[in-house]
Design a binder for this molecule. Structure first.
Ligand SMILES: [Zn+2]
Length: 206
């Protein structure tokens, strides 16, 4: 597989959880009057909550890509489509890893996992482009020309980037091969001819 976080990842999360519990206990010690039993009960439930979060996060690609969504005829989640292309609010977008690139939140989560898993395989995946607002699509069309006129830009308001559902990746040949082999495990497909950098996110239909 090569994608399992494995025991090291889980241990790393547990260390993180333990440090958060210590922080909580420190906070609670600061608020004084609570009885010891209340404190430990709270810590216990906090621990359970953090642990279930950690386990959920450690399901990695499988967890993100197994969710299903109501999709329109273009494969765009209907909730997202309602906002309009290039007009997706910040609340529906998520950052990819520690970059400033944003995608529709589930796509961002899945790409973050994919990049981390590739890294464990010794493969570096960079990002050159991600969500594009309507204004950014207009600007790109002006600079690169429309597909319909032999250029490299979609008609503004139609780009998959405007849904936060596509990313342009910076891939060397090893990384290109890796993403071609594993991309679909994370919901990413190469779907534009002559644009091997363009990867669209395809969520599962409900
Ligand atoms: Zn693209």
């Amino acid at each position: 597989m090569g994608h399992d976080v494995g025991i090291e990842g889980v241990q790393g999360r547990i260390v993180d959880i333990q440090s958060r519990i210590i922080a909580l206990q420190t906070q609670q010690a600061g608020t004084a009057t609570k009885s010891t039993s209340t404190t430990s009960a709270t810590s216990g439930s906090q621990f359970a909550s953090y642990l279930s979060d950690a386990v959920a996060q450690n399901t990695g690609a499988t967890g993100a890509t197994n969710k299903t969504y109501k999709l329109n005829d273009k494969g765009i989640p209907t909730d997202l489509a309602a906002y309009g292309n290039g007009k997706i609010p910040a609340t529906a977008l998520g950052k990819v890893g520690d970059t400033n690139h944003k995608l529709w939140a589930p796509a961002a989560e899945s790409l973050t996992t994919m990049i981390a898993d590739a890294k464990r395989d010794g493969v570096t995946i960079g990002i050159t482009d991600s969500y594009r607002s309507y204004d950014e699509q207009v600007d790109l069309a002006r600079r690169k020309g429309l597909y319909s006129q032999g250029g490299l830009a979609a008609k503004p308001g139609t780009s998959e980037h405007g849904w936060g559902m596509a990313t342009d990746l910076d891939l060397n040949s090893k990384a290109q091969a890796w993403v071609r082999k594993h991309g679909d495990e994370y919901g990413f497909v190469e779907n534009v001819p002559r644009e091997p950098w363009h990867w669209a996110y395809k969520p599962k239909s409900a």
